[in-house]
Write a protein that binds this ligand. Structure first.
Ligand code: MG
Length: 380
């Protein structure tokens, strides 16, 4: 029986992962980690009976204890607890679905403990891709992408020679503001930005999808996962979210993965690769769908996407600056403290102002994050 440690269990990816586990009945959950949703976490512990459970904040430990005190489970907390969950002896695979740069250290430690990684945390590869890919080789661990686009690329590459890739076609729905101009977006409200047309996701990624920074992060992830430069990763707007991404090979042939937008498919594929399992998903009916359309991305309105290509070209700690600035800006926008268009301006400011570090260590990556937060707090 495969043994899973799940980091970020109460979020959107986490709960869908547990849905996959529940339906298949042949994966044992050995560790669960969540941020602040104690009640949901306690219910998950009761249902899946892990050996270890981690809650993000120390002050929530006592509440968790009262909820599951009758169960035989070790309770840990905070960053250290998260790493303990990621490296738990009994796990074969760690699915990391925590949001933000807090995912980096536990992922690295899990790899060093020879765990395979099902990766849903984008920040890990965006900021530390050079370290993660080297470690994967060194420790002989697999990284299975959970993000729908990267899963689609991974599926399209099945049985292919990666040296024969010509380019990656990374599809994007375009989000709720597709077709808008910068002027149209000046007074966007939080509610408008949280209203994604196709995918139901967590708040941070929903905002990132609306700004297309999410797609920018995915471009950077793709370059690490599939070893192609960002210049060979082309973003294609495909508003129906049926094509989840494509690979064009040197002979001009294109492989694509299609399906209805349902995150459980890439989650299940990552957990069972190379096996496919039944999934009670909505099936694509081409006669109902009638057409799949394509558009070019608008780099002017969605400046964050353009900045992501710049960050990829600059390398070093610049992707970290982009990511940290975006995390800070989105949290400020979610608190309704800044305007929508400030998000991209803050990213641009941080990328220009941060001190450049080539080939950064994990410590330098985390320092860059802290200094970006500091510089933005002074201005916004
Ligand atoms: Mg995605």
């Amino acid at each position: 029986m495969k043994k899973l440690s799940l980091l970020g269990s109460t979020g959107s990816i986490g709960t869908q992962t547990l849905d996959v586990v529940r339906k298949n009945q042949d994966i044992q959950v050995v560790a669960l980690a969540a941020g602040t949703r104690v009640v949901e976490l306690a219910q998950q512990v009761r249902e899946f009976k892990p050996q270890l459970v981690c809650i993000g904040k120390e002050e929530l430990v006592s509440e968790l204890k009262t909820l599951i005190g009758d169960l035989d489970v070790k309770i840990v907390c905070g960053d250290e607890g998260l790493t303990e969950a990621a490296t738990i002896e009994s796990a074969d695979i760690v699915l990391t679905a925590v949001v933000g740069m807090m995912g980096i250290v536990p992922t690295i430690e899990a790899m060093k403990a020879h765990k395979d990684i099902a990766l849903a945390n984008k920040e890990t590869l965006v900021t530390a891709g050079h370290i993660i890919m080297r470690l994967a080789k060194e420790y002989g661990v697999h990284i299975y992408p959970v993000d729908s686009e990267h899963s689609a690329i991974f599926q399209s590459l099945n049985g292919e020679n990666p040296k024969e890739i010509n380019k990656i076609l990374l599809t994007a729905s375009g989000g709720p503001f597709r077709g808008k101009t910068r002027k149209d977006l000046e007074h966007v409200s939080l509610k408008d930005a949280l209203n994604h047309p196709n995918w139901s996701m967590g708040k941070k990624i929903t905002i990132d999808s609306s700004t297309m920074v999410n797609k920018g992060l995915e471009v950077m992830e793709a370059q690490w996962l599939f070893n192609v430069p960002a210049t060979q990763v082309q973003v294609v707007i495909q508003p129906q979210s049926i094509i989840h991404s494509m690979v064009e090979f040197i002979d001009g042939g294109i492989m694509a993965q299609l399906g209805s937008p349902d995150m459980r498919l890439p989650i299940q594929y990552a957990l069972y690769y190379p096996e496919r399992r039944f999934l009670d998903s909505e099936r694509v009916d081409f006669f109902k769908l009638k057409q799949i359309t394509f558009e070019e991305p608008d780099f002017e309105t969605f400046k964050g996407l353009k900045l992501a290509y710049d960050a990829a070209a600059n390398g070093g700690n610049i992707p970290t600056a982009l990511n940290a600035a975006n995390e800070y800006a989105v949290s400020r926008f979610l608190d309704e403290k800044i305007k929508y268009l400030d998000i991209a301006d803050m990213i641009e400011y941080a990328m220009n102002e941060v001190k450049y570090i080539d080939n950064p260590t994990v410590e330098e990556i985390l320092d860059t994050e802290a200094s970006v937060y500091e510089m933005l707090k002074r201005k916004w």
